[in-house]
Ligand binder design. Structure first.
Ligand SMILES: Cc1cc2nc3c(=O)[nH]c(=O)nc-3n(C[C@H](O)[C@H](O)[C@H](O)COP(=O)(O)OP(=O)(O)OC[C@H]3O[C@@H](n4cnc5c(N)ncnc54)[C@H](O)[C@@H]3O)c2cc1C
Length: 484
């Protein structure tokens, strides 16, 4: 007789694995099907063959959410041997005449922001003091009231202030503080200002001071490895190189959890999905994109402002006005002359990432229009060189994955959209279609990917919350213990 699984999970990104671990821990039989020959989706580290002894994070690299998210707190990466280390400077924004620098320490950050020190403190101090409440507001189940209403209102008002054109400059007098904040808002790859971008900036900005922008020692892969090890230890199984295109590609299962974009759910489930759900999923919009460039350097980036050399993450986009212009170009389908570039040098916090001869990986990506096939190696190099003269001299090797090619390695990054959907307020609140429960697609079908709230990032929350729905449908309301 054919075995019927309790659940099958399509896709092995952090959300898919979080769902599978939760289900396996609750005693369900679960199998993960992954299209690629390797597990982990956007949470992988690989030897790209650029230099001996140097490995690269192929997608995500910096993990404040892997420390702060309620799922990972329960899962407890630290006790599993995953060391997340934070640099002194969470992120920095080089400017033509200096830099904005966000230290772990909020007061030190404010002290370095000249005329805007107090404004930075007023913006962040109430959020950093209640960072757990901020995390609860953004990452937990949106169908219940926030636990701390005062912090929720504070967060909401600040998000509106920084998300709306008429108010976002009101608080600041200099260039450094608004640029620093906008560099984080730009993670959303939306036209700026935007409410979704401001929410992103305030969440990640709060975590920068509360927990730090950590990198895992050895690279992001260790997070995936910890999840897979736990899944296998609790009876789950994985199948790689298995693309799920149609319903026939699924083994018999009582529940199907998709760690994919909504269109894949509609395609695979076909007429099994209610027409209104299928329509909503097919209409889901994707956003602009990123093109990745991985470098090998012979030494650190020679940032002109020495404070930037202490930063794990650097937003290379210039002033607030420069970044507004760069992101606006994308809306018109153009490549910006000076694109928004994100840079992470993991060796700043994790010296083990440098090879014995001193060569080290540098992780970067540039914002580009959706579907771009352009090799942005030179554009990224030139942009970094503007703020780090001599950068070209330390580059040993480079490799670009144009936006359109990201999709070949991970079908969720449609046209290079690394957020698995355009980042909007509506999506953050309601999910990929207007529905009371963003994780439930219909009878026995669930969506757990970054296309569902809380959206992009390595936090596992989509997986955790979708898996809780699977369990609830079987009458299991008590969440399983995830501790090692
Ligand atoms: C370049 C880049 C940089 C990033 N930087 C950061 C960062 O520094 N910090 C951070 O927190 N986040 C970052 N992110 C975002 C983060 O990686 C993602 O938001 C996160 O991985 C989403 O997890 P997920 O489980 O929803 O999906 P994914 O990690 O995207 O995994 C989805 C998986 O599903 C598989 N799949 C899709 N369709 C099918 C199918 N039909 N059949 C079988 N399998 C399928 C894919 O192959 C993939 O393995 C970055 C992303 C990119 C691309």
């Amino acid at each position: 007789m054919t075995r019927v699984l309790d659940a099958v999970v399509v896709g092995s990104g952090p959300n898919g694995l979080a769902a599978a671990v939760t289900l396996a821990r609750a005693g369900l039989s679960v199998e993960v099907l992954e299209a690629q020959p390797h597990l982990g989706g956007g949470a992988r580290t690989a030897d790209l063959g650029l230099a001996p002894g140097v490995v690269h994070d192929t997608c995500s690299a910096v993990h404040p959410m892997a420390i702060a998210s309620p799922f990972f707190r329960r899962f407890d990466l630290r006790s599993r041997g995953v060391r997340l280390v934070a640099p002194e400077v969470s992120y920095a924004q080089p400017l033509p005449d200096g830099a904005g620098v966000a230290y772990r320490d909020l007061a030190r950050t404010a002290a370095g922001l000249g005329p805007d020190g107090d404004a930075w403190l007023e913006l962040f101090a109430p959020l950093v003091a209640h960072a757990d409440a901020v995390v609860d507001l953004i990452m937990s189940d949106h169908r219940r009231l926030p636990r701390d209403l005062v912090t929720a209102v504070r967060f909401g008002l600040r998000t509106l202030e920084q998300g709306l054109g008429p108010t976002w400059d009101r608080r600041f007098r200099g260039d450094a503080a608004p640029a620093l904040l906008t560099g984080v808002a730009a993670h959303s790859i939306t036209p700026l200002p935007s409410v979704a971008g401001a929410g992103t900036a305030l969440l990640l900005g709060t975590l920068a001071h509360a927990v730090g922008w950590t990198v895992p020692v050895g690279g992001t892969q260790v997070i995936t490895d910890a999840l897979v090890a736990d899944l296998l230890a609790h009876g789950g199984s994985v199948r790689t190189s298995h693309v799920v295109r149609t319903h026939a590609d699924l083994p018999p299962a009582r529940a199907v959890v998709f760690d994919t974009v909504p269109a894949t759910v509609a395609e695979v489930m076909g007429a099994r999905l209610a027409p209104r759900v299928a329509r909503g999923y097919q209409a889901y919009r994707h956003g602009n994109a990123a093109a990745k460039v991985d470098f090998v350097l012979s030494g650190p980036v020679p940032w002109a402002d020495p404070r930037v050399r202490e930063a794990g993450t650097v937003h290379v986009g210039g002033t607030r006005a420069d970044m507004v212009a760069a992101e606006r170009a994308l809306v018109h389908g153009r490549h910006a002359e000076h694109p928004m570039v994100l840079v992470s040098d993991p060796s700043v916090a994790d010296p083990s990432r440098a090879a014995p001869d001193g060569s080290r990986p540098l992780w970067t990506y540039a914002h580009v229009p959706a579907g771009s096939r352009v090799d942005v190696t030179e554009a990224v190099t030139a942009q970094v060189e503007r703020y780090a003269p001599g950068f070209r001299d330390v580059v040993v090797a480079a490799r670009c994955v144009p936006a359109a090619r990201l999709e070949l390695d991970n079908a969720n990054y449609v046209g290079g959209d690394i957020a698995a959907g355009a980042v909007t307020l509506l999506r953050a609140l309601a999910g990929p279609r207007l529905a009371w429960d963003p994780y439930v697609a219909g009878d026995g079908v669930y969506l757990c990917s970054a296309s569902a709230p809380p959206g992009p990032g390595v936090h596992g929350m989509g997986g955790w919350l979708a898996a809780r729905r699977v369990l609830a449908a079987r009458g299991i309301h008590r969440p399983p213990d995830l501790a090692p």
